[in-house]
Design a protein around this ligand. Structure first.
Ligand code: LLP
Length: 419
């Protein structure tokens, strides 16, 4: 089910014309579909309906409170990587017994905050962090159930900047060190090692690297159990890819079959941290054409969104589909164009060499699959305002983050007292 389709020639988000939202909030804006979120979450959850499993939505993919709440209402937990994300998950109503705290550099203050909230699991990613967590637990008179994130040295075959499971990546503890780290954890006060965690990368479109990593995990759990550790949970991370261009990512059902094949016999409670696969295709970025600029060698369609609003194309050379809000009739001549933003960098390019119809200023375009790692990665570069986020549900829509004013932007700064 794609919630963004043309009806009578006009792009709709579920039953709402995207142009109607634009009239209300102005462009650019992000638009998310509740039906899209529900569908993706349900697909994922159904794939594991025969397992004991907790699906901890990776809040980093889209931290809007309304998005987190939509997923939490369906039973999702949360995977958070900072105190801010933990606060978002809690504010959206995620139950603490479904929140896991991951991340390669959690500060003592963040660990303390998580301990006072009583979340279900904290994943440690280094031996010094394990020591720091133990000391924090003792100081607060708490005991934490912990996972040890291991680095299995497997190439996830994805973009280098989002690959996390190779030995040279900063993430996790070398899998060969894991038995020693579990032994140390058992001796430390305040921490109870119950889980092994792994996450080898994002936008993974082939199950093979995950299968290899989970195979290593199974061997490790055998070894840890032989050493007398009571491993009751496995945190399998996120990483399942989506279709941006012509990828054919595995379905949640195929993924679940592989998980059960490789790890089912261990009889562990499974935790997952999917982000992109739950929210990516449930969001679009809507932008207006400012100018159609013919160049000597290229046609540039200049739009009012920019790399500060959606950085993925600049940062990872990521492909995003682009659709006009008004459907292009088949007799219209298309011509090759680059779609670019107004920021003063050549990298501010959303798409290259796309067949585009003629466009006029004010015509709108939708940049597709922008629900994950879109708004969360935005900035105010070039003193541009953060853009609104809108949530659609059937024939209703609501602004779930408003566009700030320039006054609010300027008020974030202050003069030094000598000025
Ligand atoms: N768990 C951990 C420990 C992670 O590091 C990540 C993502 C996830 C779960 C969720 O992964 P997902 O299911 O979304 O693939 N900004 C990049 C993606 C960065 C992913 C970082 N970690 C992008 O726009 O492609």
């Amino acid at each position: 089910m794609n919630p963004f389709v043309y009806k009578n020639g006009a792009l709709h988000a579920e039953d709402v014309a995207v142009a109607d939202i634009a009239s209300a909030v102005g462009t650019p804006f992000y638009c998310y579909s509740t039906a899209g979120l529900v569908q993706r979450y349900t697909d994922f959850a159904n794939a594991f309906s025969h397992n004991r499993a907790t699906i901890c939505y990776a809040v980093k993919a889209n931290g809007n409170l309304a998005v987190i709440r939509t997923l939490a209402a369906l039973g999702a937990g949360a995977d958070v990587v900072s105190e801010g994300e933990l606060r978002r998950a809690l504010a959206a109503g995620t139950p603490t017994d479904r929140i896991v705290f991951s991340g390669v550099g959690k500060s003592r203050a963040e660990l303390a905050y998580a301990l006072t909230q009583g979340i279900v699991q904290i994943n440690v990613e280094s031996e010094p962090e394990l020591e720091a967590l133990s000391e924090t637990c003792v100081a607060l008179d708490k005991t934490a159930s912990i996972g040890v994130r291991v680095n299995p040295d497997v190439d996830a075959q994805t973009h280098a900047k989002i690959s996390t499971g190779k030995a040279e990546n900063k993430f996790g503890i070398d899998i060969t060190r894991a038995p020693a780290v579990f032994a140390r954890a058992r001796d430390l006060p305040g921490v109870n090692p119950v889980s092994v965690a792994v996450h080898i990368g994002s936008q993974i479109t082939d199950l093979t690297p995950l299968r290899i990593a989970f195979g290593h995990l199974a061997s490790l759990v055998d070894r840890l159990r032989a050493d007398g550790h009571n491993i009751t949970r496995l945190d399998l991370g996120g990483g399942l890819g989506i279709r941006y261009e012509d990828e054919t990512p595995p379905t949640p059902a195929e993924y679940a079959a592989m998980v059960n094949e490789t790890l089912g016999h261990l009889d562990c409670h499974l935790m997952f941290e999917p982000g992109r696969v739950l929210v990516g295709e449930a969001g679009i970025l809507v932008t207006s054409v400012l100018y159609d600029k013919p160049g000597e060698s290229r046609r540039f369609v200049i739009v009012d969104a920019a790399m500060n609003d959606l950085v993925r194309p600049s940062m990872y050379d990521a492909y995003h589909g682009v659709l006009p809000i008004r459907e292009t009739s088949s007799d219209i001549m298309l011509s090759d164009a680059d779609i670019v933003g107004p920021v003063c960098e050549t990298g501010d390019t959303f798409a290259r060499h796309r067949a585009m119809p003629p466009v006029d200023p004010g015509d709108m375009l939708a940049i597709l699959s922008a629900g994950a790692y879109g708004a969360v990665m935005s900035s105010t570069y070039n003193a541009r305002l953060l853009i609104p986020e809108v949530l659609v549900n059937g024939d209703a829509f609501a602004v779930v983050r408003a566009r700030p004013s320039y006054d609010e932007l300027l008020k974030l700064d202050q003069f030094a007292d000598w000025q």
